[in-house]
Design a protein around this ligand. Structure first.
Ligand code: RET
Length: 238
């Protein structure tokens, strides 16, 4: 429970900070970026409060429980995290849509892997884990390839920004299926409390930490003279 309270406090602090920034930003690109991270942290704040007060978990038998509510909030917050990245990288609608679709499939099938009853053969849990991980690999593939290509075309002076952002993003996100695999839901190498700690650290890094990285990246983009890529599209008038 301690980890959950720490998570609650970190997400409250993060959402307060990003919220104030969003409200006081003048440029539209900053309003969009700060608002996204505000809502990402706000959703996580609600998740952690539910878990800290003892809800959101389901007994699966054998004295174990599964925290199903994580999947509900991931389903809501991961698309916003992806939108933060596609906004920064000026991604095409095709790429953005593909990423959001694969992400929804990843979380939904990960949820199936988790929620199967205790007496389900272990192999079946792992099959669903593998299906979900397949969607994740597609996401990672798109980031390394098409995402970087599109971003570097739209913001030619800021290539290094996207190498860094994609690297940090993939390191953090790859840790989630890894934690799942070693946790009680997977092979059971770590206990429920360690699992809660690891997810908490990852969640704070992937939401609050990544919010700062995104802001830092936008600042670098501006310094590089690439901010024009964010100018509102001019509508031609007759
Ligand atoms: C699961 C289990 C099944 C396999 C895979 C997973 C991936 C989860 C991911 C979650 C990311 C969450 C974030 C939350 C907020 O910060 C569902 C654990 C691939 C990538 C970034």
């Amino acid at each position: 429970m301690t980890w959950y309270w720490i998570g609650t406090a970190a997400m409250a602090a993060g959402s307060a900070f990003f919220g104030v920034k969003a409200a006081s930003a003048d440029a539209r690109r900053w309003q969009i970026l700060w608002s996204l991270y505000f809502f990402i942290c706000l959703i996580a704040f609600a998740l952690y409060l539910v878990m800290a007060t003892g809800y959101g978990a389901l007994e699966v038998g054998g004295g174990q429980s599964t925290v199903w509510i994580r999947y509900v909030t991931w389903f809501l917050s991961t698309p916003l995290l992806l939108l933060g990245l596609t906004y920064l990288g000026r991604s095409s609608a095709t790429l953005t849509g593909g990423l959001l679709g694969a992400n929804a499939f990843m979380i939904a099938t990960g949820f199936v892997a988790t929620i199967l009853p205790e007496d389900t053969p272990a192999a079946l849990h792992l099959v669903w884990w593998a299906i979900s991980t397949g969607a994740y690999v597609a996401i990672a593939w798109a980031f390394v390839g098409r995402y970087k290509r599109e971003a570097k075309t739209a913001l030619p002076a800021s290539g290094g920004v996207f190498d860094r952002v994609v690297l940090v993003h993939l390191v953090l996100w790859t840790a989630y299926p890894a934690v799942w695999l070693v946790s009680v839901e997977g092979i059971g190498a770590i206990g429920a409390s360690t699992e809660a700690l690891l997810y908490m650290v990852l969640d704070v890094a992937a939401k609050v930490g990544f919010g700062f990285l995104a802001a830092n990246s936008l600042r670098t983009i501006e310094r590089n003279g690439d901010a024009d890529a964010f100018a509102p599209v001019q509508v031609a008038t007759a």
